[in-house]
Design a protein around this ligand. Structure first.
Ligand code: G6P
Length: 369
């Protein structure tokens, strides 16, 4: 009913707007900005198992798998532990190499996804240590793991996952920070800097959410599209995948996420004046390279929707639409860049008159194969 949606027309929009509060809850008692400290009870209780690991294997499906791709970059950069990210459905059937020196991180909003649960069982049989990152308290996956961290974002009703994704990325960030500190792979200065910036994220998401009306307006222009391309590099590449997935799920427009530099190896052939291209082009080490991808798209008359950093005066001159975000550090950018892509998918679907909370053919949790 209307009441449960808290005045929003759909659960999805309500859940998008809840994200500042959800991430504050997710970090509560875990990120302490006064003492510059990140405390995850699982890292305290199972320090030895986690620090002794030769590698981490992340298993997940759908949006949770995208969060895993971000977690991989975070853990590898901060902790220097090799991380593999696997679709649970592939992992469980391909006789993977798993040993007792592996830590398997299972990510699942519902905690009930059949493939993820089966991947855990397989890893357990091989003696791996299992760490769960889930939302639904007491669900099957947390019960099957050795330890874990709940994301604490509250029940997610909309089929298209939004706040669970940012909650998963937040937990993975806290995990990477806590482990990096234990391992000594992060300088005190960098640690303090990331902790401070992480603590600022809920407020910055509030600023991003003020763009809702503007995104609703520009979404109207793109309902004609049959295809969308999403480009990003580094930490923005999984965000591009997630943005494309959101659009597919609820607007039924075909969308593909690609690492920006790979565009020349295929997708560039698709670009014409009917092709919207969403490019995440925030100010970081890859900025110049992504800028030249935007120029390549424009040279072929593609329509560019650029997600940029505050005060970008270059891309605003060439892109068709520009969405400016507050600045943060590179590894935390996904927590901001994801928000306008959630809103874009939402508004395109609403403009098309579709049922965003109950998209056709999709289920909130996939408990059978
Ligand atoms: C379904 C949902 C997705 C979700 C995926 C994995 O496909 O529609 O939103 O990302 O399952 O679900 P999980 O609960 O394991 O995160």
């Amino acid at each position: 009913g209307q009441l449960e949606k808290g005045g929003f027309p759909h659960f999805m929009l309500k859940e998008i707007f809840e994200q500042p509060e959800c991430l504050t809850n997710c970090m509560r008692g875990r990120v302490n900005v006064d003492t510059d400290n990140v405390v995850l009870s699982a890292v305290i209780d199972y320090k030895k198992q986690l620090l002794d690991a030769n590698r981490f294997i992340i298993v997940a499906c759908g949006t949770s798998w995208h969060a895993g791709l971000i977690g991989k970059q975070m853990i590898e950069q901060l902790c220097r532990i090799p991380v593999e990210v696997e679709y649970a459905s592939e992992f469980r059937y391909r006789n993977p190499v798993i040993t007792s020196k592996d830590v398997v991180i299972a990510i699942s909003q519902s905690g009930e996804t059949a493939d993820t649960l089966a991947a855990i069982q397989l890893a357990k049989e091989h003696g791996a240590f299992i760490y769960g990152i889930c939302n639904a308290i007491g669900s099957s996956i947390p019960r099957a793991t050795d330890t874990g961290s709940y994301i604490h974002v509250g029940p997610e009703i909309g089929v298209a996952s939004t706040k669970a994704f940012t909650g998963q990325v937040t937990v993975l960030t806290m995990l990477a920070l806590a482990l990096a500190k234990e391992k000594g792979t992060i300088s005190t200065e960098n640690y303090m800097h990331v902790v401070k910036e992480l603590h600022e994220i809920p407020n910055k998401i509030k600023t991003v959410l003020q763009l809702n009306d503007r995104i609703a307006d520009l979404s109207r222009t793109f309902t004609y599209a049959r295809n969308f391309l999403y480009l990003g590099r580094g930490f923005s590449y999984p965000v591009a995948l997630e943005g494309a997935l959101k659009l597919k799920e609820i607007s039924y427009i075909h969308a593909e996420g690609y690492p920006a530099a790979e565009m020349k190896h295929g997708p560039i052939a698709l670009i014409d004046s009917d092709m919207p291209v969403v490019v995440i082009a925030t100010h970081n080490a890859m900025y110049e390279k992504v800028l030249s991808n935007i120029q390549e798209v424009k040279a072929r008359k593609g329509k560019v929707i650029a997600i940029v950093s505050h005060d970008d005066n270059t891309i605003s001159k060439i892109a068709d639409e520009v969405i400016e975000l507050p600045d943060t550090i590179e590894c935390l950018e996904p927590l901001l860049t994801t928000i306008p892509l959630q809103l874009l998918a939402y508004h395109v679907a609403v403009c098309k008159g579709l049922d965003v909370d109950q998209p056709r053919n999709l289920a909130k949790s996939v408990t059978v194969e």
